[in-house]
Design a protein around this ligand. Structure first.
Ligand code: CO8
Length: 296
């Protein structure tokens, strides 16, 4: 059967699509090109290389890192370039000791009209962070409130300092969470606990967050970034495409039923046998040596 050229082109484009995060159909490229362009100065964030890890620090201390348009613009710009940098395996996202981020910028949005919010699809662009294919570790000290908690939940692993506080206080401002607080939080800690935070606007501390499963571990506040970097560098020592596949497959658990999820997992597992890194990893085990992954 002859297929039209346009049909063939469409099919080949589908096959060549880069690994997609489960929450998107338009994933950010994994390693489109070597080199970065992300290690520069930004207005509201600091971007530094720590071995194979990109450390991004929200840097708007006077406003407790309230997430103004500029911070989100800087974060999206940096992560877009990091996604294309072969030498970076993992991103660590952090804030200050006092605040990871105290929410979306209330001053910036308070006078918006419904039409402005609706017609510009306000805050839709934040979702770009959740589409980054490389793993993101959030190192959270101090307040992670509202949009700050939502940004944190877009990360894959959260390390919390003992002084961290989490909450969705939007109800106290006459609104509701707008970037995952009613969705990712329920999946993270269950309905009753999420409802309590969303409906009372209250906060939980780091110990409670760990008990509830919102964060993976609690560490002394002064060591949060160090612990996150250590974990991130360990992840970055593995094969980059395998780590991205693992991230995508775990995230699929939030969207697929069990049968579909297991099938998806098995197919991704099968596909990894196309990588040199699979041969290297298993070969190194058999030869009793350390693997040297090449991200191929
Ligand atoms: N927006 C703007 N400015 C803020 C914010 C914020 N979210 N949080 C703190 N600031 C500013 C304060 O106005 C203050 O500035 P200034 O000195 O000019 O008055 C400065 O940061 C320091 O803050 P405080 O003096 O209040 O510091 P405290 O230590 O006394 O209190 C708190 C710390 C408890 C964190 C307090 O600042 C607070 O309650 N902040 C607001 C928390 C909040 O309600 N967050 C939710 C915001 S709404 C939101 O996130 C909606 C997200 C929906 C969609 C997300 C998009 C995708």
């Amino acid at each position: 059967m002859m297929l039209a050229r346009s049909t063939l082109l469409r099919r080949s484009r589908l096959l060549l699509r880069p690994l997609a995060s489960s929450s998107s159909t338009t994933a950010r490229p994994l390693t489109a090109a070597a080199g970065g362009g992300w290690e520069k100065s930004y207005e509201f964030i600091l971007a530094e290389r720590k071995d194979k890890v990109a450390l991004l620090t929200l840097n708007r201390p006077k406003a407790l890192n309230a997430l103004c348009n500029g911070i989100i613009r800087d974060l999206i710009e940096a992560t877009t370039h990091i996604a294309r940098d072969d030498s970076v395996g993992v991103i660590v996202l952090t804030g200050s000791t006092k605040a990871f981020a105290a929410g979306a910028d209330i001053k910036e949005m308070k006078d918006k009209t419904f039409v402005e919010a609706f017609s510009t699809n306000m805050f839709e662009e934040w979702g770009q962070i959740a589409k980054v294919a490389k793993p993101i570790v959030a190192a959270v000290n101090g307040y992670a409130l509202g949009g700050g908690c939502e940004l944190m939940m877009m990360a894959d692993i959260v390390i919390a300092g003992e002084n961290a506080k989490f909450g969705q206080p939007e109800i106290t401002l006459g609104v509701i969470p707008g970037c995952g607080g009613t969705q990712r939080l329920v999946r993270a800690i269950g309905k009753s606990k999420a409802m309590e935070l969303v409906l009372t606007g209250g906060m939980i501390d780091a110990k409670q967050a760990e008990k509830d499963g919102l964060v993976s571990k609690v560490v002394p506040t002064e060591t949060t970034v160090e612990v996150a970097l250590e974990m991130a560098n360990k992840i970055a020592s593995f094969s980059l495409p395998v780590a991205a596949a693992a991230k995508e497959t775990v995230n699929a658990a939030f969207e697929l039923n069990l049968a579909e999820g297991l099938r998806f997992e098995r197919r991704i597992f099968h596909s990894l046998f196309a990588l040199s890194d699979q041969k290297e990893g298993m070969g190194a085990f058999v030869e009793k040596r350390k693997p040297k992954f090449t991200n191929t």
